[in-house]
Design a protein around this ligand. Structure first.
Ligand code: SAM
Length: 251
């Protein structure tokens, strides 16, 4: 609890006012990732390996953008910073420990940007949501990674929608998930989409009690790899169940 409070306090002053309400989610993620590091290790290694595979064939490595860079646990930041001229990390919040780490000499070419990648505000303003259209203006962009972000966009959008649905389309969540996917497709740069697509609540006997589609039925591009991520291992929330997410990599 003390470590979480310190991380929260250190992150507060460097975070945009309108994003401060999201710091607690990043700190919670940091806390759970620390507690579950052994059970999450394979998922994180698979994610890093998919990104490395996706960038291996690039002819030019000028600028790379990582969407949902978060704690940089599933992002091979050392390799990205060494290979590309510039690496841009985008998230709602960059916690203080990540900011501090990026001050090292090896990361001099890494930029941190705080940005809401959901497109919710555009949709609320009656505009067409194109949350990734800014990528077209990034100079010399060769590679874009969506790093286990999409399901979190879906969850955040659903929370906002349920709190104030008036004036929003009924299919707000589906529209914004689809907008992220279409923002990554048909672009003149290489992309690597990593996302959890569903989760299952599994009891102590191994029986699946519930399965949920995290992407609300929105069609996905073909995947080159897939694996399980025990986000909530037995004992984390309860001794009686675990929650296992299904993750895909598409590049
Ligand atoms: C499961 S974490 C991804 C883990 C991260 N790639 C890592 O290596 O630690 C999801 C990330 O998406 C970010 N996120 C969620 N909704 C977002 C949004 N609307 N815009 C930008 N980032 C968002 C969260 O802040 C969080 O860092």
């Amino acid at each position: 609890m003390i470590a979480e409070a310190l991380l929260y306090a250190a992150t507060l002053p460097t975070t945009l006012k309108e994003h401060r309400k999201y710091i607690r989610y990043s700190v919670n993620l940091w806390s759970r990732a620390g507690r579950c590091s052994r059970q999450w290790a394979e998922h994180e290694a698979n994610s890093r390996s998919a990104i490395l595979k996706a960038m291996a064939g690039l002819r030019q490595k000028r600028t790379a953008v990582v969407l949902g860079s978060g704690l940089l646990r599933d992002v091979p930041i050392r390799e990205l910073a060494a290979a590309f001229d510039t690496v841009v990390l985008i998230d709602l919040v960059h916690v203080a420990s990540v900011r501090l780490r990026m001050k090292a000499k090896a990361y001099r070419n890494v930029r941190l940007i705080e940005r809401d990648l959901s497109g919710y505000d555009d949709l609320a303003a009656g505009k067409v949501a194109e949350p990734l259209s800014f990528l077209r203006n990034v100079p010399y962009l060769d590679f874009v990674v969506s790093a286990n972000l999409l399901s979190q966009i879906g969850r955040g959008v659903q929370r906002r929608f349920e709190a104030a649905p008036a004036g929003m389309p009924d299919d707000t969540v589906e529209q914004l998930i689809a907008a992220h996917l279409s923002g990554l497709s048909g672009m003149p740069f290489k992309t690597c989409l990593l996302t959890d697509i569903s989760y299952a609540v599994i009891d102590r006997n191994g029986a699946t009690q519930e399965e949920v589609d995290l992407l609300h039925g929105v069609p996905l591009p073909d995947a080159q790899a897939g694996w399980s991520w025990p986000v909530v291992p037995i004992g984390e929330e309860s001794a009686d169940y675990q929650i296992v997410h299904r993750v895909i990599a598409s590049h």
